[in-house]
Design a binder for this molecule. Sequence first.
Ligand code: ZN
Length: 477
Amino acid sequence: MDLLEKYEPIIGLEVHAQLLTESKIFCNCRNLYGAPPNTLTCPICLGMPGTLPVLNRKAVEFALKMGLATNCQIASYTRFARKNYFYPDLPKGYQISQYDEPLCQHGRIKIRVNDTEKYIGITRIHLEEDAGKSIHGSEDTLIDFNRCGVPLIEIVSEPDIHSPTEAYAYLTKLKQILEYLEICDCNMEEGSLRCDANISLRLKGQQKFGVKTEMKNMNSFRGVERALYFEIERQARLLEQGQPILKQTLLWDEDKGEARPMRTKEESDDYRYFPEPDLVPLVIDSEWIDQIRATLPELPDAKYERFIKQYALRAYEVNLLTSERALADYFEEVNKLVSNPIFISKWIVSEILRVLSQEKISISNFKIKPAQFAELLNLITNETITPNVGKEVFDKMLTSGESATSIVNREQLVQVRDDAKIEELILTILSENPEEVNRYKSGKKNLFGFFMGQVMKKTQGKANPEATMRLLKKHLD
Ligand SMILES: [Zn+2]
């Protein structure tokens, strides 16, 4: 896009993450996705007059975990605020949120784009309740209040993001941290992770910000990236034509690949924020913060650095292995039994990740457990079977659930390492293919692969590759 040479995009992201608490943020109703409509409600989350909210301690704890994991300053004194607006899925007529006294502020996270590291500032992380859901039919709209009062954290970034690619990397990192902390299941399709974007453009070198628009309704990280590209192009075209950018909210339509205006954006004044009178201020002492800090797991950046140092793996593989905490654990479990990190990582990246993406499952649902996988890898490293046969055994383990050893024994897959046997086979193959032998000898050296293939074919991949290569060279060269 040529216009990106001329204009600099300024992007800020607002991410809403539903917290995985047992109950809702201000009542005892269960916090659960997918229950029949309006079965998880009570007078409090339905906003009945005379009810009072009681804050869920776990929700605060989860929000603090995210604040600590993103290097935020934690407020020692914080208050909730009423955000007043009318919408059918908001029975109280207001949402309990936080306004000028958020729980966490001034954090940052590290992202990597094209091998360059960069920090993106976190303006604030605050706690609030979710609203219900309107379900639009062809003739009517139904409302499900189950989501009312589900705890949310809103994570607001600084406008430090300058391209859709950086936005994608930032979101991926946030999701990774939320998953490492086990405080959100980050399922965008079910709405447990949602993202809105603010976008403006300015001429490169200019200090003043341009007019920003807000983009909503993206339901995947790729969707966010596409919507940002669309909006940057749209704004750049308007600026080129000397037309004004209107301050408005746009709805992204993933199927059409375009956005349409929704409404002119409210100023925060329109929400008439004021301190929530039904809740006392929240005082967070340093002892509680220390307790929570002590429960934090090893976070993605620390794990990444440690894997690079401890296992001497390449950045590319470490990135994949540490993308999910459970996958990193899987790798380390296997390594305890095989202790060959490079070999294990190669197998995980090329075989296991392939299966996970084909079956659209995560490593926690993967059939072959670390000990069983280690057994297979050990059969390869101790040369009981060849790597090629290993791949076959891996596929069979997936379908039958059997152990590697029993598959190898039953199907007699132990590799042929006896030089005399391999040599005998080679001589037969050479005499059966005189023409190829002549062509090889007259300089067509890439026929070597053909001979290797013949040996493997006749032994169903069981011939020791090194011995085969050595003996083939002896007879051909
Ligand atoms: Zn309730």
